[in-house]
Design a protein around this ligand. Structure first.
Ligand code: NAP
Length: 248
């Protein structure tokens, strides 16, 4: 049976790797992005060139109307939804809590918490057997910062990921008997553009000596764990937080 998957923030970085991997696993893929249509189109081209099916859908995770339209577009254009990966997320410039503005905190929490909650809500309405669905999987991309706290850099970001961990554990229990498994992957430092957006493009190389394995991670390594959690090979796993962080 054909199923589709929504990967938020799939135009670049970890989301891109998950979208490409999901297509290889046979999913029809919704490649969500916020601004970078060209990067999203490139992901679509790669999937189509390999014989897969994918659509690019612009939707800002801070806007409920965008999220609703994204799910409706998938309902109309792709196979029934089988999975959601809540991947889109942001960091901000390194700062102490004493320096954080209300605007910064609202942007962080709306993007990294409210957006994933709204997407999870819409996915459950489609996946849960209690709502007439056929079951499926949700994977939230969290971060090891949820347990480290990220002092002097971005406690706000770490707190947003701790909220995602709590949502993962709570929602997993809510829908466990309805055919839906909900898990989280917690990456360590991974080579993507996110560090440049936080003002430090070379952050991975600066902090990699703090990683027990002495290296940064690759987006494909996060994608592999995510795809395992969506596969039948993890059929008894729900409410789990899987660290993919080189031992950090
Ligand atoms: P990235 O390279 O900065 O890519 C971010 C992606 O999210 C892009 O596709 C971007 O779309 C999209 N996005 C950003 N804001 C959005 C919004 N408001 N609505 C919809 N899409 C939005 O990030 P990444 O490093 O791959 O991170 C992916 C996830 O992994 C995040 O949740 C991040 O917190 C988590 N993570 C990353 C690391 C790491 O070291 N990289 C470590 C731990 C956790 P556009 O291309 O349109 O801008």
């Amino acid at each position: 049976m054909e199923r589709s998957i929504i990967v938020t923030g799939a135009s670049r970085g970890i989301g891109r790797a998950i979208a490409l991997g999901a297509a290889t696993e046979g999913y029809q893929v919704c490649v969500n992005y916020a601004h970078n249509a060209e990067a999203a189109r490139e992901v679509i081209s790669l999937i189509e060139a390999a014989g897969g099916t994918a659509i690019a859908v612009q939707a800002d995770m801070t806007k409920e109307a965008d999220i609703l339209l994204m799910f409706e577009t998938v309902d109309q254009e792709l196979a029934p939804l089988g999975a959601l990966v809540n991947n889109a997320g942001i960091v901000d410039k390194a700062a102490k809590v004493s320096e954080m503005s209300l605007e910064r905190l609202e942007r962080m929490f709306t993007t990294n918490i409210t957006g994933p909650f709204l997407c999870a809500r819409e996915a459950v309405k489609r996946l849960s057997t209690a709502h007439g669905g056929k079951g499926g999987g949700i994977v939230n991309i969290s971060s090891v910062t949820a347990k480290l706290g990220s002092p002097n850099e971005y406690v706000d970001y770490a707190a947003s990921k701790a909220a995602i961990d709590a949502m993962t554990m709570g929602l997993a229990k809510e829908v466990a008997a309805e055919g839906v498994r909900v898990n989280a992957v917690r990456p360590g430092v991974v080579y993507t553009d996110i560090h440049a957006s936080g003002g430090e493009p070379n952050r991975v190389d600066r902090v990699k000596s703090m990683v027990p394995m002495q290296r940064g991670g690759e987006a494909a390594e996060i994608a592999d764990a995510t795809l395992w959690l969506l596969s039948d090979k993890s059929s008894y796993v729900t409410g789990s937080l899987i660290d993919v962080s080189g031992g950090r």
